[in-house]
Each structure stands twice: as C-alpha cells, then as structure tokens.
Design a protein around this ligand. Structure first.
Ligand code: ZN
Ligand code: ZN
Ligand code: FE
Length: 759
C-alpha cells in the first residue's frame, strides 16, 4: 500500500447494469469484509461505485469473485477500474447515494418470489403465511415504481410504514432484507381481502378456504396480482370455462394455465431441459409448449392447438393458493376485455366483476405500472419472447452507439414504444392495440411514466411510414426531428440491434401487414439491409385484399383472392371451403375481383398463410389474431420433406403452388396435414433460394429473420437448419418480440443511424 502523507492509492470500481434494488451493495460489503478490504460503496444514479484499500492480492481476488458471486437477479453491464489517492479508510461502509446528472441506472423488472422467502413464510414469526413476503432477491419492482431513485417513498409501498422489526431488517447490513424497498410483514405490510356475496373477508385462511370452495363450485375468481388482475378457474370444469368466456366477452384466445410446480408441469406437457430452465427462470413467463397427448382438457383451453401456455406460481399468494386447493393446475388468464388493457384498479375490478357475482380477491398495494404476464417459447436459437412484459421490462437493449433523446413510437397494433438513453434502448412493456381508446390511454400514461423514470427528453421522433398510425400522431406532437422508418426494415433492424449487428445483412421480414414505400401492404420482404438503409430484393406478388381490414378475421377472403389469381379460367367451385361461406358474400368478393374493383393490394406472408389455411378448410373465419396461420402450423405433419415446385426471380407468384395444393386436395386426396407441411416447406425453399441468390450477389452470409411469421416454429426451425447447414449464420429476435412488439427498437436504431449521418 503506497502512501503519500495521509493519502494512499485506492482502487475505484465503477459498475453499471442491473445493480440497484437487487441486494448489490450488501453483497459488495460482505465480499470486501471477506477479503479484509476497507473503503466504501455507494449508488450513483447511473451505477454503483466502489472504493477499495488493502493488499493487492486481496483486491485482485475481490475483483475476480465479484462477477462470479453477484446476486442472481443482478446483471453487470460495464466495469471500469481506476486508481485515485484517498485518505485511509479504517473500515468498509455503505454510504449515501449520490445523484450526479440525468443518466440513470437500470430499474429491475419484477422478480418471482424466492425460495428464501417461501421458507421465511414458514419460519419467521412476523412473516408466517405473509402473502407479500419479499427480499432483496425477489418481489415487486417495476410494477410498483413511480420515480427514481428506487426507494420506498417513490413506490406504492410508501402507503405502508415499516414496523420496527422490518425497519431493523432494512437497516441491518447482514440481513436478507437490507435496503429491500418493499420489505413488509404481517404487522405492517399490504394485505388481501375477498369480496364474496356482498361480504368482505380479510382473514387469509378464510379467504383460501372460500376460494377452494368457489373453485369446486365451478366459479371463476377475479384475483389481483402483481401487474394486473387475473381470472382463475378449474381448467377441467366446462361450466366454469363457459362462465369465463362469458366474462371475457367471448374472447376466444387460448387460456394460460398456472401449474403448481415443475413436477406438475411434467404431468401435462412435454418439457425438455431448456424449457424447464425457461419455465423456472426469475421472470416466470408463460411458456408455450407441447402438451402431452394423454391430456384431456376441454377444447376451450387451447382451441385445438397442440400447445399449452403454462407458467409457475410467482407470487407468495399463488403458492399459498395451490397449497390450499385440490387442483394442481388453474386457468390464470389476464382480466381484460376486447383488447382493453389488463385491469389494475380495485375500483374498476369491483365495478366490473360484481355484476358477474364472482369472488373478487383484492389487495391494497397499488399497481403503478400495468404489466401483463410475458409469453415465451423455445425457438431453434433458444428463448424467443412473444409478449414482453412482466419480468423483462424495463431491462434495456444495450447498443454500441448513442441513441439519447430518440423516442420510437412503435406500431399501431401490438404496440410497445422505445426510448433512447445513452447507449441503451429501453423498450416499454407490451401495450397492445392502440385503436382501442383505453389502450391508447395506457400508451400515453406509460410514455409519461417512462419519461419521468428515465429522465428522458425527446429530441427526435422515430415512427412508422403509415400516415395515420395513432402512435405516429402522438409522437409527432412531441416535436423534434421526425424520421419515418419502413415497418419491415424496422423488424430487421430490431433483430440486428439485439444481436449487436451493424453491417449489411440479408433480412427476411415476413408478417401480416406493414406499410410499404409504394403505399401498398407489404409483408414478404427479403432485403439487403444495414441499420441505416435497406434495398428490397424479393417479395411475393401482390394480391387484392377484398374487404380491407376484414381479411385478418376472415381468411377465406384471402383464399378467394389467391384462388382467383391462380385459376383465371374459372373458380374451382368444388373446393370444400367455399361451402362455408355465404353465397352472397362469395359472389360479391368474386365479382369485385373480376371487375377489378379498387382494393388494397398486399404481398404479405400472413395473407398467404391465411389463404392456404382457409383453402384447406382449417380456418375460414378466425376468432383471434393470426388463428389461421397458427392452426395451419399446428396441423402440419412432421417428417414430410416434399415441397411444391415453384420458380421465381424477384417477385414470387404463388399461383402455381395454389394450383398444386388444390390438385393435392381435390384430386389426389392427400391429407391436409401433408399439404400443410408441403406448403411450409415451399416457403422454406423460397426463402433459401432467395438468400442463396443474394449471397452470390453480395457475399453476405449473415441472415436476419424477423416478423410475426417467425413465431411459427415449424417454419423457423426448417429455415434455420437449412441455412446453417449451408454455411449461413442466422439471427432471430429473442429478447424482444419478432412480432410488432419489437418494431419500436428497430425504429429507434434506424433513426439514430440516419441522424448520425445528418450531423
Ligand atoms: Zn425473496
Ligand atoms: Zn413489518
Ligand atoms: Fe410486422
């Protein structure tokens, strides 16, 4: 230890990342003590600063062990080491936080209850059966925060004054709850209450008994959770399911199921090792996974799909519930209606559910940030997020370049927006379809909340090229330079940003709809792109969209458009699906196409999948978004490698394939499962041949796949395997959705690159 006067050389470590509110400073304190080091640690608004004095060997082993032993829920992003001269420290201590500028540290997402807390609920006197038990490693975070810094006064826990026991834990450096902001116990924290038959019950054991009884009486339960309300019932009880559909205004999406534990999950689904890791990760997402054939769930649960959406208990209360009921699996679906956001307020819940006469479980901790359950699946590349919300938001995507001050408004449907902060892209939680008034309000509220939380001031706006998107309209009012980003370029750029790619790639953007440069509807774009620009190289031939917006719920319309295109000599009226459509409607659409009535034109992959699904009679009328392509994938036979013959240059006409499909169906009587597989394989061929051609032109070997179509695991796996076996490297969006929920990230980075060039 070299010395000058009273000052000695001191090691300074500056860390950034997810290191506040996750027990990081106590961890540093203990590690320093272990290595006989003196100094201090403190939070700064953009990270954690550590000063160390001691023997060099001790400092080195401290630094080696730091990332290895850091708390599970923390994430170190950057690490800077320097030295300064400082007076001698006699001890190691945690000192007051310092705020230096507008830079911010990461806010932790909400974390599922940890094992230590479950144990405390059985052992700690003041926490016996306490359903809001949490610690520095687990509990609510994003859902309860209002502003920074992350301390209790800035969260919805400010309504609850800590009791002396909790306060002592909070102040005790060696305690698991040192500086755990939401710390609480039976004596001081939030509590549950149950409204049933006009009476309110606040005794937890009575609540659990009543819920058990309600479930056995075919009841649906409204339950306030972490980021919103759920509706729960017994998944084997048809009467309860019927009631649930009624309450949900006949929304027909498959229901998510909460299972008691991993062992129970294995009873119902085919769980491999990687999926088990995903299911039990800190975020506790809903995992889409193959169900076991032995299952006898009513069709209402997953509407004929081979997959189930399952997740594990993540609140202490969920664990208590399963302990006290005779079921090991429950429907646990978000309480929202007709595309409205999930309910978060007690008042609204009581108002809505009272009329259904169902038990309403409330608690008195306010949900400040609405955050739905996240949905993931295992892709050929690992985890793939489909809905990014609870457990993941607001973890940023880290970039290699500045995006400060850029607000990306996102798409109109499946919206999430994105804010640029330094080199971080902060994507909001899944917000939804902005055409809905309440959802648009949610968007505006979330913008205000993020702006405040991340000390954001917009200098530039990135939005879609579509002139009427509500997200774009909102963003334009904020002022600043406006940069319009093409939808499919944004899809590709988002995936590139996630994977740190900043070079020309071959991009495949397949999805349902997106506004193109030629004012037509795109959605089958194969491009050579970098983060700044793109060149569209291959796409499907345009077909008319009879009925405009109606097509997404009436796939038969796309089928008729494709059939008319393929059979110019006359419609093959023998096609079974045509019988499922009202004669007048069919006549109108056919005449419209024949007479070339002005209709929007689309080349989207989504419409093609819709058309094939309808032609095969699998889905002519969809009851939820993308049902036709989902059912088409669902039915596709495995181990079929055939495909239809197809020739193309820059524009892919599907007419020859449609004719072969019709022949297979009507004349050759090939099973639809085989036709569906052959169709998928043909799409694989189109992608592969296009990529080969572009590779020969450009030499590029990196292929980026994005757009909602790549949620299709059958298609994606085949494309990825074929590409990788031929020496290409493929990239899929994984931590951000490949659907429109990831668009805002792409808009943000494209805008940043274009602005960079202007400077
Ligand atoms: Zn815990
Ligand atoms: Zn307490
Ligand atoms: Fe899209």
């Amino acid at each position: 230890m070299p010395k000058t006067n009273e000052n000695i050389l001191t090691t300074v470590l500056e860390l950034t990342g997810l290191i506040q509110g996750v027990g990081f400073r106590p961890f540093i304190y203990k590690l320093a003590k272990l290595h006989r080091l003196t100094g201090e640690v403190y939070n700064q608004n953009n990270g954690v600063i550590i000063h160390l004095q001691g023997w060099n060997a001790d400092i080195e082993s401290f630094i080696t062990e730091l990332p290895l032993k850091a708390p599970e829920s923390s994430q170190i992003i950057s690490f800077k080491r320097s030295e300064i001269w400082k007076p001698v420290y006699t001890d190691f201590s945690i000192v007051e936080s310092v705020s230096i500028d507008d830079s911010v540290t990461l806010i932790s997402p909400d974390i599922a209850v940890c094992e230590g807390c479950i144990r405390d609920m059985n052992e700690q006197e003041h926490r016996i059966d306490y359903p809001f038990t949490n610690c520095t490693n687990c509990g609510p975070r994003f859902s309860i925060i209002e502003s920074l810094p992350y301390d209790r006064q800035n969260t919805s826990m400010k309504d609850f004054e800590m009791c002396p026991v909790c306060a002592a834990e909070y102040k005790n450096i060696t305690d698991r709850r040192f500086h755990a902001q939401p710390v609480a116990c039976n004596n001081c924290g939030p509590s549950y209450s149950l409204i049933l038959n006009g009476e309110t019950n606040e005794k937890l054991h009575k609540i659990l008994l009543a819920l058990n009884k309600a479930l056995s009486e075919s009841q649906v339960i409204a339950m306030k959770g972490l980021g919103g309300f759920h509706l729960a019932c017994n998944p084997f009880d048809e009467k309860a399911l019927k009631k649930l559909r009624e309450i949900k205004l006949r929304d027909s999406k498959p229901f998510a199921l909460m299972v008691k534990d991993i062992a129970t999950a294995k009873k119902y689904v085919e769980l491999n090792e990687a999926e088990e890791v995903l299911l039990s990760s800190l975020a506790c997402p809903v995992l889409l996974i193959k169900q076991k054939l032995s299952n006898k769930f009513p069709s209402d649960i997953n509407r004929g799909l081979k997959t189930l959406g399952i997740f594990l208990p993540y609140l202490p209360f969920h664990h208590q519930l399963f302990k006290n009921i005779k079921h090991d699996i429950l429907v646990m679906t978000s309480a929202n209606f007709s595309d409205c956001p999930i309910i978060i307020s007690n008042e609204q819940a009581v108002k809505i559910f009272k009329k259904h006469q169902i038990p309403i479980l409330l608690h008195n901790r306010n949900i400040l940030n609405r955050v739905d359950d996240s949905v993931v699946q295992l892709s050929p590349k690992g985890m793939q997020i489909i809905r990014r919300a609870r457990g993941y938001v607001p973890i940023p995507v880290l970039l290699n370049f500045e995006v400060e001050g850029i607000f990306a408004a996102g798409p109109e449907l499946s919206n999430a927006f994105c804010m640029g902060k330094g080199k971080q892209a902060i994507l909001s939680q899944y917000i939804g379809d902005l055409k809905n008034f309440e959802t648009m309000q949610f968007y505006e509220e979330s913008y205000a909340r993020f702006k405040n939380l991340f000390r954001f001031s917009p200098k530039a706006i990135a939005c879609d090229m579509h002139p009427d998107y509500l997200s774009g309209n909102f963003a334009r009012k904020l002022g600043g330079t406006i940069i319009q980003v093409q939808h499919h370029h944004a899809h590709i750029a988002a995936c590139m940003a996630e994977h740190g790619l900043d070079e020309p790639v071959i991009g495949i953007a397949y999805d349902g709809t997106g506004y193109g440069d030629d004012n037509k509807i795109w959605g089958s774009e194969i491009m050579v792109a970098d983060l700044e620009n793109y060149e569209r190289k291959v796409h499907f031939q345009y077909v008319p969209v009879p009925g405009g917006d109606k097509v997404s719920y009436e796939p038969w319309r796309s089928a008729v458009a494709y059939i008319s295109e393929a059979f110019s000599e006359g419609t093959p009226f023998g096609l079974p699906f045509l019988r499922l459509i009202g004669k007048n409607k069919l006549k109108m659409v056919l005449e419209g196409i024949e007479k070339k009535v002005k209709m929007p034109l689309s080349c989207s992959a989504g419409r093609l999948f819709d058309a094939v699904s309808a032609i095969l009679g699998i889905c002519t009328h969809a009851t939820y978004h993308a049902e036709a392509p989902i059912l088409l994938e669902n039915i596709a036979a495995e181990h079929v490698n055939d495909f239809y013959s197809i020739e193309f240059e820059d524009v892919v006409s599907w007419s020859p394939v449609i004719r072969q499909i019709v022949q297979d169906l009507i004349e050759s009587k090939i099973p639809v499962s085989v036709i569906a597989a052959k169709f998928h394989n043909t799409v694989v061929q189109v992608v592969f041949r296009s990529v080969l051609k572009l590779h020969h032109e450009t030499g590029i070997k990196k292929v980026v796949l994005s757009g909602g179509t790549f949620q299709n695991k059958y298609l994606t796996k085949k494309i990825v395997d074929l590409m990788e076996n031929n020496g290409f490297t493929t990239y899929l969006p994984q931590l951000i959705p490949c659907n429109d929920g990831g668009i805002a990230l792409g808009q943000l980075v494209v805008a940043a690159k274009q602005l960079e060039k202007c400077v």
